[in-house]
Design a protein around this ligand. Structure first.
Ligand code: CDP
Ligand code: MG
Length: 706
């Protein structure tokens, strides 16, 4: 397969040219030895007899590389307040360490938190570990992610997002319910992980006594806290230094050799190249599943379609293909499918985002196809007054190596990189921490509620002053901070909502305007993990015709409200199937509507806590809804210019209305928008027209803030 052109095509049906690859290289540190060690004594939950399936799970646990070192590991964690644990992906860190600690009694009658940067990792890991503990999810093993929690008073191991545990600090500043906090995937350096690490350092000193940051806990204090930092890459020194030279432990992974092939030339159409490479593997290579890394959901869905289509045309005698997509916004049930063994004579093809890089290990993978791309939140500080946007970009060397490593977990494997060896060599070594490249509005507000100042916090990397200023300006303009940058009562209410402050502001403002019910309906849809309106490019006219009745002249927010109202009317009277049909007929994503319903429930609970009556409704007069949204989004506003573009009020850039907006072909004097996206120019998405009168009042504010 080194250079496929001279090989027979083995009856491959698609006509595209084969991709050619250079000679394999194996010099990127991807070959690792096996662990030698002694028998450890951690064979599973102590409860009653196990059925065969549960027994098999316990056997699997014993096969993991980390198992042999379990006793030594527990000893070290007992001895040290902070431990940094490094280990190859798949060695068993995330699933086993919390169970070892639980089984050794370290949890006491409190909990072990395991933090994850991604929601989908937290939920799927909790599910697996609950099965390993032979109990239902939500009992001993639970999870907590934004808008979703499964835990009980019996919960001892809680998988949670780094954002959720930061939120918990607001109600429990010393995290007194936890005896151990395991910060997993620390190498990803998400903004929230960084803030969590800074807070853990601080509160551990308080809980354990500042004199012995490295000692054995404090006998004067009955509630010491253990911190375990886990990382899949080799950058442990920095974490160790940050925690006063904490002990670093290594788990050797079970990594078999992986042969790496680079494409002979760059592959701009990486989705198509991935498809061709997949079928090359499928026709030429022995059994083994294929894992394809793609940047995001759209590419995954488009590749899924084309693989399914070509797979139908394979000769009768070729093995079947089972495509399993895996991305954050997918329904949890569907994500679970990737862990199941495929039926006989079937090759599984997993299409994943970088979630499968280190967070989640999928069994059975022998081949990896790496597009070399990922999507990353990027704060464009110098553009349009600074905004967060998701950009597709080249991965780092460290990611490329992790991706290749996924092919060698169960035996030797092959990795096909859809980029040249030169491209690999010129990749950055590792990524920049998120705190240096994303908006800080939400974090600054949250920290202020904890009585903390971001600029005074002991952080691993300090953020840029420009980014901080822009966040302070936004917080002032939405009324969360006063002129002295002090937290206002409204700001405290905003921080109670698990939302961006701009959206929380709209809900808080709705109290005065008597339209909380409507504002919550709109914000719930905006907070769902996937878009409500499906893009069906090839049927643009049909789509626009089907949705015409929802269109609201003021723009996207009230159009969403119309959809929610129509769906509610259908949902209360019709059967599940006709609801589905109704959504399909109108090109709407039903999953978004269902998720939004759950989010609405959560937001209503928060409303009750902060004294907003969520039942108040403005009925048919929707003016107040726009006023509330305008209030929250006032920093995201722009004026119409003679050439049809819009000039920002806060920044100095010109933006265009996104073609997918209901206002895309209209010209209104002023707009507010949910977000900016950057493709070849800056587009505003989620746009509503806003009366100039409203605007003038706020413009004065924005001038003062500037
Ligand atoms: O954290 P680390 O990468 O070291 O490994 P882990 O996530 O604890 O995974 C250990 C093993 O559990 C892997 O072999 C996974 O395939 C398996 N696992 C699974 O079968 N199903 C899950 N939902 C999660 C993990
Ligand atoms: Mg892990």
């Amino acid at each position: 397969m080194a250079n496929g052109d001279d090989r027979s095509q083995n009856g491959r049906q698609h006509k595209k040219a084969r991709l050619s690859y250079g000679n394999p290289s194996n010099d990127h540190g991807n070959t690792f030895g096996h662990t030698n060690g002694r028998e450890a004594n951690h064979a599973g939950p102590s409860s009653a007899p196990l059925n065969p399936a549960a027994q098999a799970i316990q056997e699997q646990r014993k096969q993991l590389p980390i198992y042999l070192g379990a006793d030594a590991l527990i000893e070290e964690i007992k001895k040290n307040d902070v431990t940094v644990l490094l280990g190859e992906t798949g060695s068993g860190k995330t699933t086993q360490v919390p169970q070892y600690l639980l089984e050794s009694g370290l949890a006491g009658n409190r909990m072990i938190a395991v933090t994850q940067p991604r929601k989908v990792a937290a939920t799927s890991l909790a599910q697996r570990v609950a099965a390993e503990q032979n109990g239902p999810l939500g009992k001993v093993v639970g999870y907590a992610v934004r808008f979703d929690e499964k835990s009980s008073p019996h919960t001892r191991i809680k998988y949670m997002t780094d954002g959720m545990i930061m939120r918990e600090l607001m109600s429990d500043p010393s995290l007194s319910r936890y005896s151990v906090v395991i910060v997993d995937e620390a190498h990803e350096r998400t903004l929230r992980t960084d803030l969590l690490i800074a807070n853990l350092k601080k509160l551990q000193k308080e809980r354990n006594g500042s004199s012995n940051a490295k000692g054995k806990g404090n006998s004067n204090n009955s509630k010491p806290l253990k911190i375990v930092i886990m990382s899949a890459t080799l950058d442990a020194e920095k974490f160790s230094k940050f925690f006063d030279n904490a002990k670093i432990l290594y788990v050797k992974g079970r990594q078999h050799p992986v042969k790496i092939f680079h494409s002979a030339e760059g592959q701009p159409d990486y989705v198509d190249s991935a498809m061709r490479t997949f079928f090359q593997i499928h026709t030429d290579q022995p059994p083994g599943d294929v894992l394809i890394f793609l940047p995001g959901q759209e590419d995954i869905e488009s590749l899924e379609k084309s693989i399914d289509m070509f797979a139908k045309r394979l000769p009768q005698d070729s093995p079947e293909v089972l495509v399993c997509p895996m991305f954050a916004a997918q329904a949890p049930g569907k994500n679970a499918k990737v862990f199941l063994s495929p039926p006989p004579n079937t090759r599984k093809c997993i299409l994943a985002t970088n979630i499968a890089e280190t967070s989640i290990t999928i069994p059975g993978v022998k081949y990896v196809i790496d597009t070399g791309k990922c999507k990353e939140k990027q704060y464009l500080a110098r553009m349009a007054g600074g905004f967060d946007t998701l950009l597709t970009r080249d991965i780092t060397k460290s990611s490329a190596m992790q991706r290749a490593g996924r092919a060698g977990r169960e035996g030797s494997g092959l990795c096909f990189r859809l980029y040249t060896e030169d491209a690999f060599n010129s990749m950055a070594l590792s990524g920049e921490p998120e705190i240096l490249r994303c908006s800080l509005t939400s974090s600054i507000l949250q920290l202020r509620c904890l009585g903390q100042d971001l600029m005074e916090l002991d952080l691993m990397d300090a953020p840029d002053t420009d980014t901080i200023c822009s966040a302070l300006k936004t917080l002032f303009i939405i009324g969360a901070f006063d002129k002295q940058s002090q937290l206002t009562p409204a700001g405290r209410h905003m921080a109670s909502f698990p939302l961006e402050p701009q959206h929380a502001c709209a809900i808080v403002a709705s109290k005065e305007h008597g339209c909380s019910s409507e504002v919550i309906d709109v914000i719930s849809v905006l907070s769902a993990s996937s878009k409500l309106f499906l893009d069906v490019t090839e049927k643009r006219d049909a789509v626009s015709e089907a949705r015409r009745k929802f269109r609201h002249p003021s723009g996207d927010h009230l159009t969403i409200l119309n959809v929610v109202r129509a769906y509610q009317a259908i949902a209360s009277s019709e059967k599940k199937k006709s609801r589905k049909d109704w959504c399909r007929k109108h090109f709407l994503n039903e999953r978004t509507l269902i998720e939004a319903r759950e989010i609405r429930e959560q937001l209503r609970q928060t409303c009750t806590r902060v004294g907003v009556d969520y039942t108040t409704s403005c009925g048919e007069n929707e003016g107040p809804v726009i006023a509330c949204l305008g209030h929250g989004l006032v920093a995201n506003s722009a004026f119409l210019q003679p050439d049809g573009s819009y000039k920002q009020t806060m920044g100095s850039s010109f933006v265009k209305i996104h073609p997918g907006s209901t206002l895309s072909d209209k010209k209104v004097p002023a707009i507010v928008y949910d977000e900016l996206v950057y493709t070849n120019q800056i587009y505003a998405r989620g746009v509503s027209s806003i009366p100039k009168s409203f605007f003038a009042k706020h413009h004065a504010l924005s001038q003062r803030a500037a």
